[in-house]
Ligand binder design. Sequence first.
Ligand code: ARG
Length: 559
Amino acid sequence: MELLKQIAISIETELESKLTVKEIQMLLEKPKNIELGDLAFPCFTLAKLYKKSPQLIASELAKQVKSSLIANVEAVGGYLNIFYDQKTIAKEVLGEILKNQNNYGQLPMKDEQVTIDLSSPNIAKPFSMGHLRSTVIGNALANISEKNGYKAVRINHLGDWGTQFGKLIVAYKLWGDKEKIEASPIEELLKIYVKFHEKAEVDEELNVEARAAFKSLEQGNEEALQLWKWFKEASLKEFQYIYELLGIQFDSFNGEAFYNDKMETVVKEIEEKGLLVESDGALVVELENMPPCLIKKTDGATLYATRDLAAALYRQNNYAFTKAFYVVGNEQSLHFKQLFSVLQKMGYAWAKDCQHVPFGMMLKDGKKMSTRKGKVILLKEVLNEAIEEAKKSIEEKNPSLLHKEEVAKSVGVGAVIFHDLKNHRMNDVEFSLEQMLNFEGETGPYVQYTHARINSLLQKGKFETNNMSFAGLGEPAWPTIMTLQGFPQVIQKSFEHADPSLIAKYCLTLSRHFNKYYANTKILVGDETKRSKLTLCYAVAIVLKEGLSLLGIDAPEQM
Ligand code: ARG
């Protein structure tokens, strides 16, 4: 059981039902100064209930509260200050980690599904840094959902439909070169797409043609459909390369095109519910405090929002989700507000379970990277460069390492992922390979390296899991033990706030505490104490590995 809960229970038994265990747990806080204790229980709420002074209550409680987890209590300034019994807690925490291994912190499975709309790149365009963000944040969120006891459904809502395909078809017919496109599809398709935008700026006729081309695609015109299929298959092949590097798999690739034949019923339903309004020839749903949601254009063509409405209904029908996360850039906030409002107006109570998980931009030298103007760093190149850099650093630091290629891949890719996830997702991320691959700073390789170092320590010390001991872990080990103890709460919080950065930061904190401990403690000496120190190391390795794995990052055994 969670430590805080156990402490709360021991307080609750003395309170004559004035507060519940949960309420006490909420009140418990960390003292500003560690001299004051590990935990403090403020008695001001109770003072009102009992009509006594907070200090009197604190000193009464100080006499009564008893628990094997508590070594000492003091009443100071209306607070009950609690000092943990370090030995008992160490034994309990380490025991739990060793028993559960990578399942430490795992919540019981609930037989409920969470859908995660993630990655969702646009066909025939490069996989942008924004899509990388969606992919890694979304995948971490899916892992975190699973750790919280949900079945996670990873959905890649491909941008494989919409007016841009009209543009591409027109561009291809004007300037396309079949062989070139076959050789490097995304690069060539991007070229003609960029050219289209340049020309269309002075030639409005092109946009008219593009709209017509998309319309004919929507209506199933054979030639248009063939071109579209070809664009899509070629693009997907390139995306797949990136997903393999990242080690990410999807449960569904149902993108926008998948909903082409599912929109009519939705539009009809909206109409039957009296929500469809004509506005300048287009059909819209009017909303409070925000612009109306466009359902059909003047020419009858459907929109991004129409497809998202169909998708939401389809997902609720097929997965009966408890929660539907949409991991999409912050610039689409209005779109999702509109989407969820329309669902609510349609009378779907589950609209409240849909959540946009926005994130900031990826910047290069402080500027946004835009696809349309061709100003984009190709992710494939970024990942490969990161792997190359990792390889170089391995050659320098540990040239005799086994499985160098594999390790370089884990480190390079892990660096890129960690760099993204270590800050709150709403922050913009400045792209810097140098920063990502630092082995010392707040980076993925630093955490991976801490984990690998522990593994070699365990080997050197001939640690055996049946040979564990909890004695002899003194004061220096305490910050590490307390951090280990906090892992389950971090897992729950990161789900509640849809915030993988909490896990990344946790990995950094645990690494830092451990490295400090390691720097000041001789691990491989003493008999009984060596065993308990190695037991602590082993527990840290388990939790670091699991933390990284939640982020979608490998933890190599050696580095
Ligand atoms: N393809 C879109 C884009 O790149 C993102 C799609 C996000 N998912 C969704 N259900 N709308 O902007």
